[in-house]
Design a binder for this molecule. Sequence first.
Ligand code: URA
Length: 202
Amino acid sequence: MPEAAALQVREAAEAAPDWATLRAVASSCVACALSEGRTQVVFADGEAPADVMFVGEAPGFHEDRQGVPFVGVSGQLLTRLLSEVGIERSQVVIANVLKCRPPANRDPLPDEVATCKGWLRRQVHLVDPAVICTLGNFATRWALGPDVSITRVRGQRFTVSGRTVVPTFHPSAALRSGPEGAQMQALRADMATLARVVADRG
Ligand code: URA
């Protein structure tokens, strides 16, 4: 029963008083079937609190192996683009909508997102970021609602529960578009926007 699993996750997450406890509790999550195929839970990179948080979709092959989000080619691109706009990866927190790798990197299912989102909700609460950058459609729909499309909202600023949300393309979409592709250029431009938003708040 997905609703019962979602409630169980939410209650466990809300009961975690701090980041280390939340990480430990989430690491043994078996609330959905993704737990059967994972190597490990991929909780987050970075520590709470932080001014800036990135939210991606779900761990891939390398993330599942290493237990850290965005360490594969998409992650390397993200780290490089951040550094180009003066943001070091070590200053931010990076997490995903799903904490476990979907088989063969398929898209997250609605029930998986609904079950897992209690972890992310508590992560956001503890990190307490002023700015959240959502990477791709799944993370952007988590933040802005189910009807948004990343192509329409990317690069804009939204305010959600007092935090600024800047949606942009997922780095894997940018990689597919090629080094001079439209999505790569948009991702680069949106990272510059993000850096300006962060600087304006500081
Ligand atoms: N893609 C994501 O959305 N998250 C990761 O951690 C890796 C690739």
